[in-house]
Design a binder for this molecule. Structure first.
Ligand code: SAH
Ligand code: ZN
Ligand code: ZN
Ligand code: ZN
Ligand code: ZN
Length: 422
């Protein structure tokens, strides 16, 4: 889809020329598309680009993959193979081509219903950053949505939530929730029809399936028989908040345009799952959102696992435009309701009488600084030189622009420890 227009800045000042680069890949190694804003591109280069795109198309279209799946499920267990190298379900006629590849045999129906377990997570940090929900968190999200009365979930970059909904819907008669997955990971087209999955780029709101896919999404957002829709998204954390926000606003507009009564002054309900240190960035774009204390945990992220298991606590939270008091967090995990703030907070989050709010962002107990007139991290101290609270070990007056991701000084976005995993 369309590239994004970037500008190189240094110390907040714009400088140099503006340029276009790939919206989805934040690493030039993954996609080296680059074009100055005012650059004239020769016919030869255009042709070369088109040729490049042509040979980098997936080997099957979504339609072909849906047909292949139909044939695949008709096969006896002994003939159901999945090539791990090509990340592809194989039909018997194709076995030969994959003989020297690693493959899995006897793919069960249960495995086909949990593609996120079958496919390996695309962990390359700067493009897919596929971090899958721990079962506990996924179950919590789904129960929460159901308790809130939602019957349709637009799953944007949340394949595991989508899969949980789909597999419950096929197994439990009375389960009436539906989900549409929008994701850039085309491997999912092998497991879902065009009504269940759209190949989508959330950094530029591009539907790879064109107008038909757009229409699928539009139809899904149309709330028939009072089935209310919520959008749930869990984008890569290294992603540009402004690009994401712009796409999400377009999805919200799509919902609004479905000619449903009562949308006049409302926003499409949304859960945006993102680290707490992006709070101010998200609120810049969505002032109606608030951050919940719930810590979202991941399976394949060593750092972001549940606190109780002795691992570090997850910095990932739910941002929502729903009324905070409606978001009930599990008491058995230590969350409690603060009657003053009218929301559930984590066990360590103490209500500060001076701020008149539960001020902790990271789950630890924060302390109030009289001079700064706000609560700060427990590890911070007030520095009279800098006239603000900061880490005890810091060099005064260093007006270093902090990291764009976590705001801390001393490293750049690319080296941010908050994004790293082991
Ligand atoms: N926790 C979620 C997965 C989040 S990981 C779950 O368990 O369901 C981020 C997801 O966003 C991945 O599925 C990844 O494929 C998808 N993604 C990454 N870049 C994207 C883009 N540009 N457009 C759409 N989806 C993208
Ligand atoms: Zn193969
Ligand atoms: Zn409170
Ligand atoms: Zn305070
Ligand atoms: Zn202070």
């Amino acid at each position: 889809g369309p590239a994004l227009l970037f500008v190189k800045t240094s110390q907040g000042k714009e400088e140099g020329r503006r340029f276009y680069a790939c919206s989805a890949c934040r690493d030039r190694k993954d996609c080296n598309f680059f074009q100055w804003e005012d650059e004239k591109v020769s016919e030869t280069r255009l042709a070369a680009r088109e040729e490049y795109n042509r040979i980098h198309q997936p080997s099957f279209t979504h339609r072909q993959n849906v047909d292949r799946y139909k044939n695949f499920v008709l096969l006896p267990l002994s003939k159901r193979r999945f090539c791990q190298e090509c990340q592809q379900l194989l039909l018997p006629a194709e076995w030969e081509k994959h003989l020297d590849h690693q493959f899995l045999c006897d793919i069960t129906t249960a495995q086909l219903k949990s593609p996120s377990q079958l496919l390996y997570p695309l962990e390359n940090k700067k493009t897919n950053a596929q971090y899958l929900f721990a079962d506990r968190s996924c179950q919590f999200l789904l129960n929460l949505l159901i308790d809130l009365g939602f019957r349709r979930v637009l799953s944007v970059g949340t394949p595991r939530l989508h899969e949980m909904i789909q597999s419950k819907a096929s197994q439990e008669e009375e389960f009436s929730v539906r989900s549409l997955l929008l994701d850039i990971d085309f491997r999912y087209s092998q497991f879902y029809t065009e009504d269940e999955f759209c190949h989508y780029n959330m950094f530029n709101h591009h539907f790879f399936g064109g107008e038909a896919a757009r229409e699928t999404c539009r139809k899904f957002l149309y709330e028939e028989n009072g089935e209310r829709v919520i959008m749930v998204t869990d984008p890569p954390f290294g992603g540009l908040v402004e690009a994401l926000a712009s796409s999400f606003k377009k999805l919200m507009a799509m919902w609004k345009e479905t000619e449903n009564e009562g949308h006049d002054n409302k926003e499409m309900p949304m859960f945006w799952i993102f680290p707490y240190f992006f709070e101010s960035r998200i609120l810049d774009f969505f002032p109606s959102f608030s951050m919940m204390d719930y810590q979202v945990d991941y399976d394949n992220h060593a750092l972001y696992k549940h606190g109780k298991t002795g691992r570090r606590q997850s910095p990932v939270r739910i941002f929502t435009n729903l009324t905070p008091s409606m978001i009930v967090l599990p008491e058995e995990e230590g969350y409690r309701f603060c009657t003053v703030c009218q929301r559930f907070v984590s066990s360590g989050n103490q209500h500060c009488e001076i701020c008149n709010s539960c001020t902790s962002k990271d789950g630890r107990r924060w302390k109030h600084c009289i001079l700064c007139k706000k609560c700060v991290k427990p590890s911070w101290f007030h520095c009279d030189n800098c006239n603000c609270c900061t880490l005890q070990k810091h060099s005064c007056e260093k007006t270093d622009v902090g990291c764009f991701v976590c705001g801390e000084a001393g490293h750049k976005r690319s080296a941010c420890p908050s994004l790293s995993h082991t």
